[in-house]
Design a protein around this ligand. Structure first.
Ligand SMILES: [Zn+2]
Length: 134
C-alpha cells in the first residue's frame, strides 16, 4: 500500500483528479480516491510512482485487475488507458457530460470502467449545471 507521502505525491501529480474519468476529488465524495496500480499487483505490477495513478472509486473498482478491454467498435481486445504513458486528450474527450473514446484504447477503457454509467452521467450533468468544469 502507498504510504502517506506517496499518496500525497500521486494525488498532487494527478491534480486531484481521477486519471481515468477526470472527476475531481472535491466533486466526488468525502471518501478519498484510491491509489490505482496501473499494472495490477496480480500481474506483478509494483508500487513505484510510475505504476500508480489516482482513481475515483468507481473507476478503480471497475478496472479491478483488468489490463485490457473490448473496443465496442470492432470487438477487438485492446489494452486499457495507461495514465503514465498515454495522454488523456489523445484517447478521450468530453461531449457535454459524456466521455467519448477517440481511439480503441479510449473506447475499451470507457467500456471496461463503465465511465458513462448512469450515475456517472448524472453526476457530470449536475456539475455542468452548477457551472463546474469537467
Ligand atoms: Zn474515475
Amino acid at each position: 500500500m502507498a504510504d502517506e507521502a506517496q499518496r500525497t505525491r500521486v494525488t498532487l501529480r494527478a491534480d486531484q483528479r481521477c486519471e481515468y474519468c477526470h472527476l475531481r476529488q472535491e466533486h466526488a465524495s468525502f471518501i478519498p480516491f484510491h491509489i490505482d496500480h496501473i499494472i495490477p499487483r496480480k500481474h506483478d505490477g509494483d508500487s513505484s510512482d510510475s505504476n500508480l495513478a489516482l482513481a475515483c472509486i468507481h473507476c478503480n473498482l471497475h478496472k479491478s485487475s483488468n489490463l485490457s478491454g473490448i473496443d465496442p467498435q470492432n470487438n477487438d481486445i485492446t489494452t486499457l488507458f495507461h495514465p503514465r504513458r498515454d495522454q488523456w486528450d489523445e484517447h478521450f474527450a468530453f461531449e457535454g457530460a459524456l466521455i467519448v473514446g477517440l481511439t480503441a484504447t479510449g473506447r475499451a477503457t470507457i467500456r471496461t470502467l463503465n465511465m458513462n454509467g448512469a450515475d456517472r452521467l448524472e453526476l457530470r450533468e449536475e456539475l455542468l449545471s452548477r457551472g463546474e468544469a469537467l
